[in-house]
Design a protein around this ligand. Sequence first.
Ligand code: GDP
Ligand code: MG
Length: 324
Amino acid sequence: MMAPERESAAEVAAKLRDRDRRTLARTISALERGGENATAILGAVKALGAEPAWTIGITGPPGAGKSTLVDQLIAHLRDSGDQVAVCAVDPTSPETGGSILGDRVRLRADHVVDDGVYMRSLAAKHSLGGLSDVIPGAIAALELAGWPEVILETVGVGQSEVDVARQADTTIVVLTPESGDDIQASKAGLLEVADIVVINKADRPGATQMATSLHIALSGSRDAWSVPVLQVVAADGQGVAELLEAVRDHRAYLEESGMRYVRQRRRRRSELERHLTKAIEARVSQLLQSEEGQELLRELDEGRRTPAEVTQRLFEDRQANHAS
Ligand SMILES: Nc1nc2c(ncn2[C@@H]2O[C@H](COP(=O)(O)OP(=O)(O)O)[C@@H](O)[C@H]2O)c(=O)[nH]1
Ligand SMILES: [Mg+2]
């Protein structure tokens, strides 16, 4: 059972390295489904190793103009000859489809047929770990397939969006002068993860005022990077070149200060923590279902053992036996 699966995972990884687009699509779908197959593929992908991509997270309230902005970013990056992959991330929907369809329709026709652009939606289909498990894998697959820059666009504002934003090297939070956008974002903790704040729809009234108040709110910065607040009109491309400039500045800052490594380590460790927690939970329920576990539960029910004792018997005693 195991051997052919591993073989095919290695084959998949080799095809990915050859930049085969169909394989890339299939790989990301497998990662979305999760399970042993995803683990095997990801292992094979990681084994081949690849240049890390620069990941740009774009998040903010629905309707703020994220997709419009992404389209502009793609156009600018393509003009400078850069290749870029875009993942539309939908943490709320269990099924892929809706968001990307909307994005595809809006995406300029020349991007759809452009070899230097890869568009993909990401959702946690059946994976227990949710998107936090899918995204690092998808990024690894894109890296192996040779995509040097990856944009992650999320759909809404919530804890899962904040989690997605944390996975990026540079996180752009997109707000609008519309009433309450800034408050909504700060409530969701989005401003805390922002490396760059964009006030989009700066063609509308209130943008400058909002920029000033956000600038003040963000001035108690956590580190040497002071979060720029940029006014942008994604609809006509105004301010997009400056935004890319800020992304490059942020990249230079992270690389020169060593913060890129620090963040990477933080991401990897929290990924490990999630995996460990899942594994431990599975082990605990297995222990509780064992004969000894059932007996211990009876003793607990009858008041003959304390929860602490049961834990010790189930876990710590067992560890000690293993160790000796
Ligand atoms: N006035 C104005 N409208 C914009 C601007 N950028 C985007 N929009 C409009 O805002 C709406 C939502 O944009 P969309 O990119 O789908 O937002 P998303 O939900 O954040 O991805 C669309 O109707 C866009 O045409 C802008 O700079 N100014
Ligand atoms: Mg959108």
